[in-house]
Design a protein around this ligand. Sequence first.
Ligand SMILES: NC(=O)c1ccc[n+]([C@@H]2O[C@H](COP(=O)([O-])OP(=O)(O)OC[C@H]3O[C@@H](n4cnc5c(N)ncnc54)[C@H](O)[C@@H]3O)[C@@H](O)[C@H]2O)c1
Ligand SMILES: [Fe+2]
Length: 403
Amino acid sequence: MWLVKKFFIRCLTKFVGFVMGRMNLSEPELLSGPGSLQKLPELIYSKGVRSVLLVSDKGITGIGLTDPLATALEKIGVGCTVFDDVQPNPTITNIESGVEVYRRSQCDGIIAFGGGSAIDCAKIINARIANPKKSVSQMEGGMKISGPLSPMFAVPTTAGTGSECSLGAMVSNPETHEKFGVASPLLVPPYAVLDAQLMIGLPPHITSSTGMDALTHAVESYIGTWATDYTNSHAEQAVAIILRDLEATYLDGTDIERRQNLARASHYAGLAFTRAMVGYVHAISHNLGGLYSVPHGLANAVILPYVLDFCREDCETKLAKLAVVGGIGSDSESNESLSEKFIEKVREMNRNMDIPTGIPELQASDIPNLAKRALAEAHPQYPVPRLMNQSQCEEVLRKLLVD
Ligand SMILES: NC(=O)c1ccc[n+]([C@@H]2O[C@H](COP(=O)([O-])OP(=O)(O)OC[C@H]3O[C@@H](n4cnc5c(N)ncnc54)[C@H](O)[C@@H]3O)[C@@H](O)[C@H]2O)c1
Ligand SMILES: [Fe+2]
């Protein structure tokens, strides 16, 4: 039975991959480097935008991170309305509030300023403005949005999600405790700013978990069956930077060069996974986020080694290559040993950055349902190297239980 099911999942995944491969995905035009945010007001003005909605969260506006930009915009003649009610794992209500503020302030453009939560929320606010008759729930899945969308400028403040270059956005529904994705090439922000100066004050635990999210994007896109030369080379660069710079940045976040490298790595990983997709780590993590609000990056960091253990033999050569790219082994070693080294490296990074080995919120009684939802999310749109069935997914989840 499982053999037949596997065959059908593989065929469907191949078909989805074929369609995705034909999609024309753009890359955002970048302003990059420490201090590059200063060039944003002029860019916004040059695009004819005169009233912008700045979407962020209170953690970011509370430390004054958005103030210089808001002032510079006003100075150049672009009105700036700040909407900072975005919650981590943004909700449908957050989006609707933002839509209301956008309309009330008669905005004609959007700045997404923050981590993945602010950027995803801004993406769907923008989609709702252009598709006023469609509710957020009706946008779930792929290709449910029509354009054109208002000009959007993404300013990531974590390194991180890669949402500034991805075609997706994740939304939480607090009523059902489910998290769902909205995907469309129209959601790729046309402009993005990679400015490490904004990340200097990022607390160590957010630096580590968001960095491990970027690593997960790189690894899952690399070992998946939709990987291409383009996605592989971006994923390899991301892995090399993250393995070299993340732990040092966790210990001392003030090195601007390392911060800029990590912003670049997150962006590369974003370019890779938005084309080659993610895998079971994300499927499980999204569902833990929906049910218990576990931060996305933290959940990924915890789950990544267990999922890699599960599929190691089926992607041994690729994990071995990542070990070499990451500077933790040499070509002369066997693929078996290198792939094991890579997984051990992930565990070591987690240990060194105080990331736990389990999820304290996880309840044993929720595991069957969580596994069911994770597999429904993954099949057929995640091109994983080894397929998981219900009992195998439950087994992985049981490893995350904390006594
Ligand atoms: N669309 C995509 O492609 C994609 C990919 C991965 C994850 N996601 C989604 O992104 C969300 C997670 O995003 P995230 O991990 O970036 O976290 P986040 O946006 O939820 O931010 C986490 C916390 O960090 C704070 N913060 C952010 N930048 C800061 C800074 N520079 N200084 C100080 N504090 C700062 C915020 O105030 C917040 O409290 C999840 O909802 C996840 O599902 C989306
Ligand atoms: Fe992610």
